[in-house]
Design a protein around this ligand. Structure first.
Ligand code: DCP
Length: 226
C-alpha cells in the first residue's frame, strides 16, 4: 500500500510507512533548477514538485508575478503572500513516492525573496511585518520537514546570460544587480540555516556538464536520510 497521511491538530503525520524523504532544490533565478528536476523525474519512485510559477502568472486571470516586477512597492506583498500559500500547499500535499523533490521551498521564499525585497527598500515595513507574522505562525504550528537541500551554485553572471536567452516576458526587467543580491542572500542563508544538510553542486556548466553532475550525485541525493 502507499503512504497515508492524515492531518491531525494542524500537523501532518505519516502512516506506517513513514513520510517521504524531502529534497529541496535551491538556487538563483535561472540557475537550472528545472533541468535538475527533469533529470530526477525520469528516475522511478521519485515525485517531483516544480515551482507553481504558472499560478503566480495567473491567479483568477491576474498576473501577480508581472505586477511585482512592474511595481514592487505596490505588488510585492501580493505576489509573496500568494507564493507563501502555494509553497505551503506543496509542502503539505499528499506524497506519491518515497522521495519527493521540490523546486525551492517556503523557507527560501521568505529568507531570500521576501528578505531581498525588504532590504532593498522595495517592500514597505508593514508588508514585511504581516508576511513575517504569517511565516512565523506557519512554521511554528505546521511540521514541514526537509531532509536535504541541493544548492545549484551559480555566478550571478551565468544566471543573467541564461535569463536573457530564455526571454520570459515578466523577467525582462531583471538587472544583474538583482541576481547579485539574490545570490548573496542564498550564500549567507545556506551557511547559517539549520533546516537540513546541504549539498552544493557547481552549476555554471552547460547542459551536458550539469547532467554529469546530477549523475555523479544521484545516490547522495536519493538516499533517504531521516
Ligand atoms: N520569484 C519571486 N519570489 C519568489 C520565488 C520566485 O519573485 N519567492 C520569481 C523569480 C522568477 C520567477 O519567480 O522571476 C521564477 O523563478 P525561478 O528562478 O524559481 O524559476 P526558474 O524557472 O527561473 O528556475 P530555473 O531557471 O532555475 O529552472
Amino acid at each position: 500500500g502507499g503512504t497515508r497521511q492524515m492531518a491531525t491538530a494542524g500537523k501532518l503525520v505519516s502512516g506506517r510507512e513513514g513520510r517521504p524523504t524531502v529534497v529541496c532544490v535551491e538556487g538563483n533565478i535561472a540557475s537550472g533548477k528545472t533541468t535538475c528536476l527533469e533529470y530526477f523525474s525520469r528516475i522511478s519512485d521519485i515525485e517531483v514538485l516544480p515551482e507553481p510559477i504558472s499560478n503566480w502568472r495567473n491567479v483568477r486571470g491576474h498576473n501577480p508575478l508581472a505586477l511585482m516586477y512592474q511595481d514592487p512597492e505596490r505588488w510585492a506583498i501580493t505576489l509573496q503572500t500568494y507564493v507563501q500559500l502555494t509553497m505551503l500547499k506543496q509542502h503539505l500535499s499528499a506524497s506519491l513516492a518515497p522521495v519527493r523533490m521540490m523546486e525551492r521551498s517556503i523557507f527560501s521564499a521568505k529568507h531570500i525573496f521576501v528578505e531581498n525585497l525588504f532590504r532593498s527598500g522595495k517592500m514597505p515595513e508593514v508588508d514585511h511585518a504581516v508576511l513575517s507574522e504569517w511565516f512565523d505562525w506557519i512554521t511554528a504550528n505546521i511540521s514541514l520537514p526537509v531532509d536535504l537541500i541541493v544548492y545549484l551554485q551559480t555566478s550571478p553572471e551565468t544566471c543573467h546570460e541564461r535569463l536573457k536567452r530564455r526571454c520570459r516576458e515578466e523577467e525582462k526587467v531583471i538587472p544583474l544587480e538583482y541576481l547579485q543580491s539574490i545570490h548573496q542572500l542564498y550564500e549567507d542563508w545556506l551557511l547559517r540555516q539549520t533546516l537540513a544538510p546541504l549539498l552544493v553542486i557547481p552549476a555554471d556548466h552547460d547542459l551536458q556538464g550539469m547532467l554529469r553532475q546530477y549523475e555523479e550525485h544521484r545516490e547522495q541525493i536519493l538516499t533517504p536520510r531521516h
